[in-house]
Design a binder for this molecule. Structure first.
Ligand SMILES: *[C@@H]1O[C@H](CO)[C@@H](O)[C@H](O)[C@H]1NC(C)=O
Length: 119
């Protein structure tokens, strides 16, 4: 029987197959953002934790994380820092992303002194 695939070509073909197998994870860097499963009830004036994390777990340190309330920016994290200048007045001094958690893909937002407008 003839050798249909000389060694060089076989190697090349299997490299392509290998690259294609690797691509979904490597090139696209796919991940999901998982938010709260249901509604969260907090008393007025209390502290709310809105759970959110990346899966598979990975650092969000170099990502842009934007929490919106309707069209208002409740919290913006970009270039490794909170961008407080872009935050809506209603949320100034009331939000927090826990920095240690961001590096493990936990982008849970904490809202202090919960108001009706947070609903
Ligand atoms: C994310 O961080 C919050 C606040 O520290 C914590 O309560 C929560 O359990 C963490 N979630 C995950 C999935 O690690």
């Amino acid at each position: 029987m003839d050798i249909l695939c000389p060694l060089g070509a076989c190697l090349f073909n299997s490299l392509i197959a290998f690259l294609l197998l690797m691509m979904p994870k490597m090139a696209l860097g796919q991940f999901s953002v998982i938010g709260p499963a249901g509604s969260i009830q907090i008393s007025l004036g209390g502290e709310a934790e809105l759970p959110c994390y990346l899966t598979p777990p990975q650092s969000a340190q170099h990502m842009e994380v934007l929490w919106l309330q309707s069209t208002q920016v409740a919290h913006l994290y970009r270039y490794g820092e909170d961008q407080l200048g872009d935050q809506a007045r209603d949320y100034q001094g009331r939000t927090e992303l826990l920095r240690d958690a961001v590096t493990s893909g936990n982008i849970t937002l904490e809202i202090l002194n919960v108001r009706l407008l947070d609903a």
